[in-house]
Write a protein that binds this ligand. Structure first.
Ligand code: GCB
Length: 596
């Protein structure tokens, strides 16, 4: 029935930003990767559709020929962005057709799901010459049930990918990072029983820390299907049967649980069964909440020692996508002394999220509602809701995720408020076990009161308020740092979600002159900001912008930037700048203070 409904909606022209189903824990299933080298055509003038490149054709007879032929041309690695794989594609924004063949041997009675970790930014998918699905949004997964279209033997899969920036997209026309295009994450063919465990959500009961709440949704809306959840190391198991919508909800009295915390990231092996299907993974349980101006994890106040990075390996000048990439990014973050990462400015790949969880790093994940979004556009709003839904659906069982971010640097307006409110409602309907936040750049110096303050009533709707403030970079100091006192949302926890300034690694210069782009000036700026942090009474965490220098077409100072945002504490080659030490020392001090 549900599948029928989805088909009807697709036929009715229901666009790609509808919230379609998404299998929980793709990596925990029986899958094979369709990664590797795919054939590709760069289609600057969007002619591929007319040329029917999605049909696996070869010339027949004496007069037949094809201009848009896939074989023998460009080949691109999947996963990967195209920009870093071919010098001519460095700045390319447009359509690229990807194609590959693969053998399949679908078993009777099983369902086959084609799952894309992410395609940047929009795509149409064709299997064996037929359009089977489309998706918009470059940082979240989507799936297509291909059971009825998959052939025994050879199959021909084509993905038309387009990364053109548009006003109604998210992010929109301009943003401060590289607009990588391509099939940027794993492609998987997942095999599941006909009626399978489509989604599940296990989490600690908010009020009883000896209780685990369980929701299971089978793929088919059938009543009476047996389901169970087992946590062998606790000797606990719950069983039940689905209701007529294929769902089951229950709770496990777990007894005393070891809760996941940054200092002790405990995860439990969990087995979920439903009908013929079985899936297992490691899940942790924790409580995160606010109490006045404090953030508590399992009841204990935490100062969030955070940092951000883009999903980018600077040394490779390309998007990060693998386990090895996650190791590199996370190890550098851990060395700085963090207990939290803000994954900027979009959901990042699952390797990073899962590995951060194993390492005890709290995550803030957000959707790319980054300046310049058209809040008046209802389609854009539904795209945003869909992105948020896909992000939450993918990572709702990752206890490391403590924060869902709904926006970065938006300006107050009735349309903005409505738009963001709809996101909070969408999020809270799916998940109330995280804190909801957004980052604002609206803090100003109030001359009359001689204080830093901010006026955006929307902040009342958030659990934690975050502020990006570049004192000493975009804003000269109106007072000395020691005199710079803040009065910003005084009753809520406040995180400084961005601060910093640019420096070219190895460049020495004046500590007083911003345009020296020197490590010395950047270090001074960090000293000053760290001094100011003592004057923010409700400060619950800080996050320097950013861990690594990153590529951005915004940044074209001819000698100091050359297409790089140089605010990294670590250079594009991996060298730590002077400010790194200051931040590291500050974090070590904060850690001691909070562990006393
Ligand atoms: C910001 C943005 C971030 C930019 C940064 C900058 O406020 O949130 O995406 O990269 O400033 O470097 O200006």
């Amino acid at each position: 029935m549900k599948r029928l409904l989805i088909s009807i909606l697709i036929l009715a022209g229901f666009s790609a930003h509808s919230s379609a189903s998404l299998i929980t824990n793709a990596y925990g299933r029986d899958y094979r990767l369709l990664n590797g080298r795919w054939d590709a055509i760069v289609d600057l003038y969007d002619q591929g559709d007319r040329m029917k490149v999605y049909e696996n054709r070869s010339p027949e007879g004496n007069t037949d020929f094809y201009e848009y032929a896939l074989k023998g041309g460009l080949r691109l690695e999947v996963p990967g962005d195209w920009n870093s794989q071919n010098p001519e594609l460095k700045y390319y924004e447009g359509t690229v057709w990807y194609a590959r063949s693969f053998e399949a041997n679908p078993k009777p009675g099983m369902r086959e799901i084609l799952y894309f970790g992410a395609v940047s930014y929009r795509c149409n998918v064709y299997l064996n010459g037929k359009e089977i699905g489309k998706h918009e949004g470059g940082f979240t997964p989507f799936e297509i049930d291909v059971t009825d279209d998959l052939h025994k033997g050879e199959n021909f899969l084509v993905v038309e990918v387009n990364n053109r920036r548009t006003k109604d997209a998210i992010p929109a026309l301009a943003f401060d990072w590289w607009n990588y295009g391509g099939i940027t994450r794993d492609v998987m063919l997942i095999s599941v029983p006909d009626n399978y465990v489509e989604n599940y959500f296990l989490r600690l009961d908010k009020d009883n820390h000896d209780t685990i709440r369980v929701d299971i949704g089978m793929s088919q809306p059938l009543a009476g299907v047996k389901v169970s959840v087992e946590i062998p190391s606790l000797g606990k198991r719950i069983e039940g049967t689905t209701d007529s919508s294929g769902k089951f909800s229950g709770s496990i009295k777990s007894g005393k649980l070891k809760l996941w915390a940054p200092e002790a990231p405990v995860l439990y092996d969990v087995k979920i069964n439903g009908g013929e299907d079985e899936v297992s993974e490691r899940i942790g349980f924790r409580d995160i909440r606010t109490d006045g101006t404090r953030i508590l994890i399992n009841g204990k106040p935490q100062f969030m020692r955070c940092v951000s990075f883009h999903e980018e390996i600077p040394q490779r000048m390309g998007r990060a996508f693998s386990k090895a990439d996650a190791v590199m990014l996370l190890n550098e973050a851990r060395d700085l002394g963090v207990n939290m990462i803000r994954l900027a400015h979009y959901p990042q790949n699952e390797y990073t999220v899962r590995m951060a969880e194993e390492m005890g790093i709290v995550l803030w994940q957000e959707i790319p509602i980054w300046q310049g979004i058209d809040f008046t556009d209802a389609t854009t709003r539904s795209k945003a809701q869909n992105m948020l839904t896909e992000m939450i659906n993918r990572d709702k069982n990752r206890c490391a995720v403590g924060f869902w971010g709904v926006a970065n640097e938006t300006k107050p307006s009735a349309e903005r408020d409505d738009f963001l409110m709809s996101l909070l409602e969408t999020g809270r309907a799916l998940d109330t076990t995280r804190l909801y936040t957004a980052a604002f750049d609206l803090v100003e110096f109030d001359k009359e009161r001689q204080l830093f303050s901010m006026n955006d009533p929307f902040t009342e709707n958030l659990d934690v308020v975050a502020v990006n403030k570049y004192m000493g970079w975009y804003h000269p100091w109106p007072l000395t740092p020691a005199e710079s006192v803040w009065d910003v949302t005084p009753d809520k926890p406040l995180i400084i979600s961005e601060f910093g300034g640019e420096a070219l690694y190895g460049q020495s210069g004046s500590r007083d002159v911003t345009s020296s782009w020197s490590e010395d000036y950047q270090a001074r700026l960090y000293e000053d900001n760290i001094r100011m942090f003592d004057n923010i009474p409700n400060l619950a965490g800080v996050s320097p912008w950013i861990l690594f220098d990153f590529r951005s077409p915004f940044r074209f100072h001819p000698t100091n930037q050359e297409g790089w945002n140089r605010k990294g504490l670590v250079s594009d080659r991996g060298q730590r700048k002077k400010a790194w030490n200051l931040m590291h020392n500050y974090y070590m001090k904060k850690k001691q203070e909070y562990e006393k």
